[in-house]
Design a protein around this ligand. Structure first.
Ligand SMILES: [Zn+2]
Ligand SMILES: [Zn+2]
Ligand SMILES: [Zn+2]
Length: 155
């Protein structure tokens, strides 16, 4: 059997048109380490050009960014003025649900967002993030993001 070798364009079609395949590639091909219960970070290092982690597959060298694959895994593509925006502000995160498509302006407004502060009166957190969907920042004491959002924030 001949070795499969794909062009970058072919690899982009292959993954951008199949959310299941994109998600499988994130789970099976990327070596990720859990980070503080909320995140999984790739151990791949960003390329020097632009600082993005880029992915390769079957001869298609660096055919997409990690961010693109995360968007494809949700069944979307990034086109035109839209950007890949990491809600957890971590470009190495490999959780598809932490990524949305939004404009450069919306993406930039998330920069420096601290998401929540400690309540001075109790152990809950006060949301200071005004973005939708909410930015993601780890809060000690919660196993998952869902648990934190359910029980950790002042309403
Ligand atoms: Zn994340
Ligand atoms: Zn309180
Ligand atoms: Zn925010």
């Amino acid at each position: 059997m001949a070795m499969v070798s794909l062009t970058r364009a072919q690899a982009r079609v292959l993954f951008s048109q199949s959310p299941v395949r994109a998600q499988e590639s994130l789970e099976l091909r990327l070596v990720s380490t859990p980070k503080s219960g909320f995140y999984y970070n790739t151990v791949l290092v960003p390329s020097k050009n632009g600082g993005y982690v880029q992915l390769s597959f079957e001869g298609a060298n660096k055919f997409c960014t990690l961010g693109e694959m995360l968007v494809w895994a949700q069944g979307f593509v990034v086109e035109g003025a839209m950007q890949v925006s990491h809600l957890c502000h971590d470009p190495l995160c490999t959780v598809a649900a932490h990524v949305v498509r939004e404009t450069a302006a919306e993406n930039n407004r998330r920069k420096g967002c601290v998401v929540w502060v400690d309540c001075p009166h109790c152990c809950l957190k006060i949301r200071v993030c005004e973005h939708a969907p909410i930015c993601i920042r780890y809060a000690p004491g919660y196993e998952t993001l869902a648990e934190f959002l359910e029980w950790g924030l002042h309403t």
